[in-house]
Design a protein around this ligand. Structure first.
Ligand SMILES: N[C@@H](CCC(=O)N[C@@H](CS)C(=O)NCC(=O)O)C(=O)O
Length: 230
């Protein structure tokens, strides 16, 4: 039995973290026996991040390593897809760009931040919560300034995310999933980010852009439903 160490469920999602949602979908698609173990403290896990899986041969962190481990056991996340290069590019776009917009929507927005603080960090005693999470927030926003996206206004961010969303819609065309009519690896990354954007606890330009786009919001719901009974 594989144990997925994941951030808790919240905002209508299987986890606050889109990477943990992706990992759950990978485990589900692989058809392996697995269970979840919720944690709010990534520090003792590889890379000090979640998701991670506990397997009989040890703990594996990072959704890509989890994917590789499941593939080694025989999982096939691509099916008949031959154009894996395009699929790979969509995964990178979702995980290395769209993801940071989700993070900025949650941590960088002064109206949303208190909701994040009270939900993510409910386990920290109330009198310590503000100072501890205040410094976490400061460090995270500093990291996003270094990364670059943290330097843009909301309006500039929306301009930046627009070509990604247009690429997803164009790629979908008349198909149910990114790479055709069957679900495959890129869907687990891209839909996880769209679902996370849609699950914003208050509307943001990004969340509203996705919510008001039938192609994108129907696609996100389709992947979520396809991966049920999770
Ligand atoms: N590349 C990693 C990304 C995982 C990731 O960024 N996890 C975030 C939550 S969405 C995390 O644990 N952050 C904790 C931290 O940075 O302190 C993957 O694919 O699993």
């Amino acid at each position: 039995m594989i144990t997925l160490i994941t951030y808790q469920a919240g905002f209508g999602q299987l986890s606050f973290s889109p990477f943990c949602v992706k990992a759950m979908w990978l485990l589900q698609a692989a058809g392996v026996d697995w269970q979840r173990e919720d944690s709010n403290d990534p520090r003792k896990f590889p890379y000090a991040k979640l998701p991670a899986i506990r397997t009989p041969s040890g703990i594996i962190g990072d959704s890509h390593n989890i994917q590789a481990n499941l593939e080694k056991q025989g999982a096939d996340f691509w099916g008949d897809v031959t154009d894996r290069a395009t699929g790979h590019a969509f995964i990178r776009m979702a995980e290395e760009h769209m993801y940071f917009h989700v993070v900025l929507d949650r941590w960088g927005n002064d109206d949303i931040w208190p909701i994040i603080r009270e939900n993510y960090f409910a386990e920290i005693p109330a009198f310590l919560r503000r100072p501890i999470t205040g410094s976490l927030r400061k460090a995270l926003l500093k990291g996003l300034k270094t990364q670059g996206l943290g330097r843009f206004s909301q309006a500039e961010r929306l301009q930046r995310i627009e070509p990604d969303l247009a690429a997803i819609a164009a790629r979908l065309g008349d198909h149910a999933y990114l790479m055709g009519d069957e679900i495959s690896l890129p869907d687990y990354s891209v839909a996880a980010m769209l679902c996370a954007a849609l699950a914003s606890p208050l509307p943001t330009p990004f969340s509203e852009r996705v919510a008001n786009d039938d192609v994108l919001s129907n696609y996100a719901a389709r992947v979520e439903n396809r991966m049920k009974p999770l």
